[in-house]
Design a protein around this ligand. Sequence first.
Ligand code: KIV
Length: 266
Amino acid sequence: MPDITLTTLHGLKARGEKIAMLTCYDATFAQAASSAGVEMLLVGDTLGMILHGHDSTLPVQVEDVAYHTECVRRGNVGAFIVADLPFMSYATVEQALQNAGRLMKAGAHMVKLEGDRWLAESVKRLTQNGVPVCAHLGLTPQSVNVLGGFKVQGRDPVRARQLIEDAITLEEAGAAMLLVECMPSPLAEQLSQAVRIPVIGIGAGAGTDGQVLVLHDMLGLSLTGHTPKFVRNFLAGQDSIQSALQSYVAAVKSSEFPGAEHGYAM
Ligand code: KIV
């Protein structure tokens, strides 16, 4: 068992304490981030872009995520590990069960799936089978070709209402956590208040229960030269990566990060 469990994370939400999460893909950074106080490590399918140099997350395979989850597990010091089910690895409930099993055996404590209410049956069956689920709503990069690009989601009132209803449906199906990406800050705050489970945001303002960033982004590294507006370089002004990680945790916990300039309006 990790030191940080689902019970810990749900307790943090109940007490209004912010949760700090980062993506992580290897043992050395897992040790550095978890010992700096990062409570959740996400073995995200961004590994396809950050580590493998692809221009989207679509080429990532379950075995890629399993391999990096094993690496993270070896370096982790007590953090809660979430692993992404990659593109087309949960198109049916059976696929979701089989592939989630692979990631849990590799060392994940929870799996993350991108999608809305259509995931409800998979969320229910995974949870019944002992796999905690985080559902990823808003900008879902695996659907970039359906969405027509990496765009802020939920700006119009109808879509905003749908996203809140999706969040409630997924909680009722058994989701233990939600991750919301690139949605207007007021909507993300409203959505976080509409559910009892923790909601982690990226590009979703300061009103969520926690924050996640891509590790390389917050250390000022970019393969493409493009830095999203919701990113802050935490290494700037610090003398080590360890201090940068500690400063990220402190900024999330105190709600100093993200600032209004990192969010999107309705
Ligand atoms: O895959 C990933 O790294 C993610 C983050 C963008 C939150 O889902």
